[in-house]
Design a protein around this ligand. Structure first.
Ligand SMILES: N[C@@H](CCC(=O)N[C@@H](CS)C(=O)NCC(=O)O)C(=O)O
Length: 207
């Protein structure tokens, strides 16, 4: 019997936007993997040993431990380049990384401030957060005005990295009214929600 050279195990949490990124990439690349579902309030000993900040996702590929969702997804892209989720051209690759950086540092924070308000953030941090969030969605809307995807002609890591936060935003209980006008973003969101990789990524026991 030929040994399985690609033993992949993902420490995950179903609703975690960062873990969703990684599960989508694994499914886009049709890579079989084992999932360890973590309890965010009571991480397993295994996870605590592997992640210095105790967070999901963590991926183990054979004997390599990798954490930080965007590092995991780029690792998967390099190890398993087909189908490709990164453009070839350096400027476009740079754009993918800039969307990733922006979604981690700016967009996610704006979504969380509107979603959780003063239950998680100070009054000062929350001041003007809806306006900041609106500017973020306008950035996405502008990009999608003449393009189907955030970078290039195909779905890339940029879309997969940004999408889980857009999904969260559309699920916010008091959804900001300005979203009604963001029709391009909504169509893109719908196409991401219908992507087989996302459907499969969520097709695990609901928690
Ligand atoms: N920057 C990390 C963020 C991961 C993250 O914040 N995961 C959350 C769940 S969505 C977590 O594990 N939180 C546990 C904690 O902070 O105690 C990544 O991209 O992987």
């Amino acid at each position: 019997m030929i040994a399985n050279m690609n033993n992949l195990t993902l420490y995950s949490f179903r609703r975690c936007p960062f873990a969703i990124r990684v599960r989508m990439v694994l499914h886009e690349k049709k890579l079989p993997f084992k999932t360890v579902d973590e309890d965010l309030k009571n991480f397993s000993e295994g996870l605590l040993k592997m992640h210095p900040e105790a967070k999901v996702p963590v991926l183990i590929h054979n004997d390599k431990v990798i954490y930080e969702s965007a590092i995991i997804t780029e690792y998967l892209e390099e190890q398993f380049p087909t189908p490709s989720l990164m453009p070839k051209e350096p400027k476009a690759r740079c754009d993918v990384r800039l969307w990733t950086y922006w979604s981690n540092q700016i967009f996610k924070v704006a979504v969380d401030q509107v979603k959780y308000g003063t239950s998680r953030f100070s009054e000062k941090d929350c001041e003007g957060c809806e306006e900041r969030l609106k500017l973020c969605v306008i950035k996405i809307e502008d990009q999608l005005r003449d393009n189907d995807w955030l970078v290039g002609d195909e779905c890339s890591l940029a879309d997969i990295h940004v999408f889980p936060f857009v999904r969260q935003l559309w699920k916010v209980s008091k959804r900001p009214e300005f979203l009604e006008a963001m029709t391009k973003t909504k169509s893109w969101l719908d196409s991401m929600l219908n992507r087989p990789s996302f459907v499969k990524a969520m097709d695990v026991t609901k928690k």
